[in-house]
Design a protein around this ligand. Structure first.
Ligand code: CAA
Length: 257
């Protein structure tokens, strides 16, 4: 297995079916440098391939989930380099992962860090979490979803306010706005995220992936695709097994087929 230097990776849950990733650049508040993003993509791909893993949890070490793209790395870039090169090229890789991903936001989720959390499927916040798109303070704009995903989630006014002022919102405000689904005491955050991931991992992986795809479709294009994905589940054994088991009042035995 590959050795990582920017992230910590281990399987969690009673059945080892949760892929756990902790961003591990404590000194720079988990700023998302290129190396970290490459490692994250690699680790996600490994979990995607792992037949035992049914859901993934991403969190950060220390007082940040992630303080954004690495400003020290970006500082010297110019337009030719960011336009022609592979700048941010692997950033959306996470959206290609079909297994459900939970972001356990333990602290600052700023700029690309907030966008990374929004590319996950469920966001839990610790009490100390805060969210923001401070790019405007740096003379730039959010580039990985802040201008697209954020307004869809929190509405136009709040998204505009966050992106145009760079002000942060705290965990409670994020909950109120629907950006996160739960706020948890800091010391319980990761355990609760893993518990939810375990529950998701106990279901048919084809059904959870299709469900994720169908919901994400609501955030992208038309709702027609949702119906066709629902129909697609009817080509799978697990849909039949799940419904048969319900009707027979027994536990389903999914075969991921
Ligand atoms: N990139 C690189 N280094 C960063 C960083 C980042 N995004 N965020 C923090 N750091 C570094 C700091 O430079 C500092 O390093 P040194 O010890 O070498 O000085 C270290 O992490 C600790 O940071 P602070 O001393 O600033 O800690 P603080 O507690 O006083 O402040 C903070 C915390 C409010 C999060 C502050 O660090 C901050 O504002 N960081 C920048 C946040 C930001 O602007 N993010 C958006 C980046 S742009 C982006 O993400 C583009 C995109 O859409 C893809």
């Amino acid at each position: 297995p590959k050795t990582y230097t920017q992230i910590l990776v281990e399987k969690r849950g009673e059945k080892n079916n949760v892929g756990f990733i902790q961003l591990n650049r404590r000194k720079s508040l988990n700023a998302l440098c290129e190396e970290l993003m490459l490692e994250l993509s690699h680790a996600l791909d490994e979990y995607e391939k792992d037949k035992n893993v049914g859901a993934i949890v991403i969190t950060g070490i220390g007082k940040a989930f992630a303080a954004g793209a690495d400003i020290k790395e970006m500082e010297g870039l110019d337009f030719t380099k960011v336009y022609g090169g592979d700048f941010l090229s692997n950033w959306t890789h996470i959206t290609k992962i079909t297994k459900p991903i939970i972001a356990a936001v333990n602290g600052f989720a700023l700029g690309g860090g907030c966008e990374l959390a929004m590319m996950c499927d469920i966001i839990y916040a610790g009490e100390k979490a805060s969210f923001g798109q401070p790019e405007i303070i740096l003379g730039t704009i959010p580039g990985a979803g802040g201008t697209q995903r954020l307004p869809r989630v929190v509405g136009k006014s709040m998204a505009m306010e966050m992106c145009l002022t760079g002000d942060r919102v705290n965990a409670q405000q994020a909950l109120q706005a629907g950006l996160v689904s739960k706020v948890l005491p800091d010391e319980q955050l990761v355990d609760e995220a893993v518990k939810t991931a375990e529950k998701i991992a106990s279901y048919s992986k084809v059904a959870t992936s299709m469900c994720k795809e169908a919901i994400n479709t609501a955030y992208e294009t038309s709702s027609e695709r949702m119906v066709s994905t629902l129909k697609e589940t009817f080509t799978r054994n697990d849909r039949r097994e799940g419904m048969s088991a319900f009707v027979a009042k027994r536990k389903p035995e999914f075969t991921d087929s």
